[in-house]
Design a protein around this ligand. Structure first.
Ligand code: ZN
Length: 168
């Protein structure tokens, strides 16, 4: 379904500097912890993901008001992810990985083209969770879902598909 290729380091460096050149990403540069978190995040990207955001619309992540995060595909020239204050606080903290798990989930919605496919909303959530797991944020995602009663179906599903108990 997805990929597992390591990306060449120059691809990541190029992507990162291009991303940070955009003045809309100044909020990342302004905080050392956030900068570091985003660096860790891009380290998890595979080559397909860099290519996805290089060939088509670029990735734009901007702070907004709301809860956690939200992916908005095809907004003008960008694939846009809105990052809300709760998530920014996690990215600022030493333990940023739960935040990166959420970000990876949102990236999954974009990469898997959920807005272009006829996919059930629940299935889209499951796929995006699995995507986050494949990027290496499984434990943090599971911890995040565990704390939220409204996410128990997603929790059950991700445990099922990523452990021996599951169908895979
Ligand atoms: Zn989602």
């Amino acid at each position: 379904m997805f990929f597992k290729k390591k990306s060449p380091i120059d691809k990541k460096i190029h992507f990162r500097s291009d991303f940070l050149k955009n003045s809309l990403h100044e909020w990342v540069l302004q905080d050392e912890c956030i900068n570091n978190s985003i660096d860790i995040f891009f380290n998890a990207f595979g080559v397909e993901l860099f290519d996805f955001f290089n060939q088509g619309k670029k990735l734009l992540m901007i702070p907004a008001r709301g809860q956690w995060a939200c992916a908005i595909p095809h907004s003008d020239r960008y694939h846009l992810i809105l990052i809300y204050p709760d998530l920014i606080n996690i990215l600022k903290s030493k333990n940023c990985k739960p935040g990166l798990a959420i970000l990876a989930h949102e990236i999954g919605h974009l990469f898997l083209k959920h807005s272009d496919r006829k996919i059930d909303t629940t299935d889209a959530q499951y796929e995006a969770d699995y995507f986050s797991y494949l990027l290496g944020f499984g434990p943090e995602l599971i911890a995040f879902l565990k704390e939220r009663p409204e996410c128990q179906d997603r929790l059950k599903r991700i445990i099922q598909v990523t452990t021996k108990e599951g169908p895979h």
